[in-house]
Design a protein around this ligand. Sequence first.
Ligand code: SF4
Ligand code: SF4
Length: 314
Amino acid sequence: MNKFIKQAALEVGFDACGIAKADLLIEDAGFMTQWLSEVQHGSMSYLERNFEKRTDPRLLVPGCKSVIVVLLNYFNAENQPEGAPKFAKYAWSASDYHQVIKYKLSELENLIVKQYGNECFNQQVQHSFVDSAPVLERRWAQRAGLGWIGKHTQLIANGLGSYCFIGTLMMNAETNYDEPSPDRCGKCTRCINACPTSALNGRSLNARKCISYQTIENREEVEPDIRGKLSGRVLGCDICAEVCPWNKKWATNHRHSELLPVGEILKHKNEDWENLTIGEFNSIFKNSAVRRVKYQKLMENISYVSGKNINTDI
Ligand code: SF4
Ligand code: SF4
């Protein structure tokens, strides 16, 4: 079954797949308790909810025995025009990656059901997840043998690097499991040294300091002490990924037509973004995950980077 599922995952278009036994994530539970108590998650209060379910998939999906983890490479080696406000590569896709992965997960599930029966999944509850708060996806990917969690707290996928989306499928059937991946960061500290806001300490990420959190998740304005350190980033941040030697070694262009970039991201210059209207924003990011960050927030971020007072009235 393990072999069948992995082969099926590749057939529906994922770049890698691994399977872990559904179990309590004891170490992560302790770590998260500490991290939340220090309010390092900023205003992401949803991370405080469903704590038990987040650390034990058997509580999230009754009957769950196995966690199938899939990866989708989104790396694109192209660059935005020199001096343009930078968008993290995960946000370049014209289609919302959540939808792309959800669709592929449903195709994978159908193949498993066809081969092994409907009882493989608990159809009464949600059992497939993409970027979803109740699932510690990176840890499951590590347990499923797909890679390790680097000091920048991202998954570094074996042979792919860290520019990967992660999806999970909770399965009620048992199968053979993959060996967890070992940590291969060694003595390297490049990501910690490169982070412009000192958000990394080698073990965890202080989300309140992270540019990614400040430019996307934080619904309020970017905090004043971070504004001058955005390093040209207006939506997410790839600095710690860019310096990682494993990405230099492994990251190669993705092959997914569904993840082709929004044309304007590769063409627009600084002044195009500074003068972006809400109509243009809605049209450019019509089906993109960027729509989750509102126009006003993006324009505020652009104004911090450009140092100009941009009119964000809508
Ligand atoms: S995403 Fe940017 S700000 Fe956040 S930890 Fe990495 S380098 Fe630092
Ligand atoms: S830059 Fe070095 S320490 Fe950071 S994730 Fe990559 S290998 Fe690990």
